[in-house]
Design a protein around this ligand. Structure first.
Ligand code: FAD
Length: 467
């Protein structure tokens, strides 16, 4: 009996990019095979990324909010933390979603093959680790193999040194933990462990946390978390880690480096992710992969081999789930003969820290680099009735405009629920709204979302040549 199967479309990887592409292609009437290394669908996002981290962050948020209620005249006492139950809850959330995906694949008659796919020719994949399927012959392929954690070469092999996946396993709550990397993932995990009781130190090589966001926005987060963490060492790097019986001894170098090695119970390394393009034998299909593992694609998500497409983390930044799912739709629709293209004006980024930071479109830094003559409107949450009521006035909203036509080109919000509010700014950029459109849109009062409209009004106030 032959172990070879045929597919009009084969998708490699069942993360948000891969499962979305597979489902869309099946909905459009194509015969689809989805290959996934692991036994559950959902990829990094559902299993060890977006979803479990947000489930844990919710617990962190409630713990912090309950504590802060004392100043409102409501006391709950110290939280009693059952780490096994927190882990169980998180696993339940992940299980519910990944099982749901399995059901959706079945419903659409997408054939799921568990195993590792590698190219053997421009129309064939070999499958490792599956007894029933050895090869898949395909007409079209969508590569959605995602990314993996970057490992620092000098870190010793030790159970006490973890990456984001290890942190999400939540095996214990260390007394003190060093987070290497002040980017979104490191800071989100720091938020969780700090709320559960760990003393957190953060080391970041750049001169600000979340280096991709504007300095003024990050400053608010920095000021807020500074009181909660043991130390935040900017412009500093780790040069050596020694795993000893009494702990992990870390040597630092840079502006804020302690003179002597410091001892930690745990280290979370969160220094970034690298694309998986280099693990697929893509050369055997003639697909070009660059030295970092990225696969270049055109606006229709085609690689240099026209019937092979690529989407998600392995085609470039930003490595975000919502970028992957949108690319997935386009790739599947192009294969089905539609003339679609991936041409978003903007893709939002959110750090689900406390306070949250969200931005979309151009940052001020990027607008400057592009030489755009831009103006900014800001609205401080110290003037927002809703933020004052919540006792969380540290935030602000800012919107950025091209002065030549007053159209919005970017926005950033720092404060509670910033990630929920930023969507409106994304829509405004996509629709080509100008400051007046946003300012004249009636927003509900009192909401935090009003602050975006007030920032547009503030920008208008700076314009002397408005009709
Ligand atoms: P992945 O989700 O990486 O999926 C790729 C899949 O391909 C994997 O399941 C892998 O097993 C499989 N695979 C790889 N190679 C093969 C092969 N040869 N054969 C078969 N299968 C293969 N993004 C957000 O937008 N919001 C967030 O809040 C967010 N939080 C995050 C938190 C953490 C801790 C992490 C690590 C990431 C987070 N991300 C977040 C990023 C997000 O998870 C990724 O951008 C997203 O998962 C990328 O989707 P993808 O489909 O490209 O690939």
């Amino acid at each position: 009996m032959s172990n070879d199967i045929q597919a009009q479309v084969v998708v490699i990887g069942a993360g948000p990019g891969g499962y979305t592409a597979a489902f869309r292609a099946a909905d459009l009437g194509l015969n689809v095979v989805l290959v996934e290394k692991y036994s559950t669908l959902g990829g990094v996002c559902l299993n060890v990324g977006c979803i479990p981290s947000k489930a844990l962050l919710h617990s962190a948020k409630v713990i912090d909010e309950a504590k802060s209620m004392e100043s409102h005249g409501v006391s709950f006492g110290d939280p009693s933390i059952d780490i096994d139950k927190i882990r169980e809850y998180k696993e339940g959330v992940v299980g519910q979603l990944t099982k749901g995906l399995g059901g959706m694949a079945k419903m659409r008659k997408v054939k799921v093959v568990q195993g590792v796919a590698k190219f053997t020719s421009p129309n064939t994949l070999a499958i490792e680790g599956n007894d029933e399927v050895s090869n898949i012959n395909f007409e079209n392929c969508i590569i959605a193999a995602g990314s993996r954690v970057v490992q620092l070469p000098f870190l010793p092999e030790d159970d006490r040194i973890i990456d984001s996946t290890g942190a999400l396993e939540l095996k214990d709550v260390p007394e003190n933990m060093l987070v290497i990397g002040g980017g979104i993932i490191g800071l989100e995990m720091a938020t969780v462990y700090r709320a559960l009781g760990s003393k957190i130190s953060i080391v970041e090589m750049f001169d600000q946390l979340i280096p991709a966001a504007d300095k003024d926005v990050v400053k608010v987060l920095h000021r807020y978390v500074k009181k909660q963490y043991e130390s935040i060492m900017l412009e500093t790097s780790v040069t050596k880690v020694e795993a000893k019986d009494d702990g992990l001894w870390v040597t630092f170098e840079g502006k804020k480096a302690p003179k002597e090695p410091q001892r930690y119970d745990k280290i979370l390394s969160a220094v970034g992710r690298r694309p998986n393009g280099d693990l697929l034998d893509a050369g055997k299909a003639g697909v070009n992969v660059d030295e970092r593992g990225f696969i270049a694609v055109d606006k229709q998500l085609r690689t240099n081999v026209p019937h092979i497409y690529a989407i998600g983390d392995l085609v470039g930044q930003p490595m975000l789930a919502h970028k992957a799912t949108h690319e997935a739709h386009v790739a599947a629709e192009v294969i089905a003969g539609k003339k679609h293209a991936f041409e978003p004006q903007c893709i939002p980024s959110v750090a689900y820290t406390d306070p949250e930071i969200a931005w979309v479109g151009l940052t001020e830094k990027e607008a400057k680099e592009k030489g755009i003559d831009y103006g900014v409107g800001t609205f401080p949450w110290a003037a927002s009735g809703r933020a004052i009521g919540a006792g969380r006035t540290e935030g602000f909203a800012k919107s950025i405009y091209d002065k030549s036509n007053n159209r919005i080109i970017g926005a950033a919000i720092v404060g509670i629920n910033a990630g929920e509010i930023i969507g409106e700014a994304g829509l405004a950029i996509e629709m080509g709204c100008d400051a007046e459109d946003i300012a004249l849109t009636v927003h509900a009062h009192p909401t935090l979302s009003e602050s975006l409209a007030f920032s547009a009004e503030a920008y208008e106030g700076t314009c002397t040549d408005l009709p």
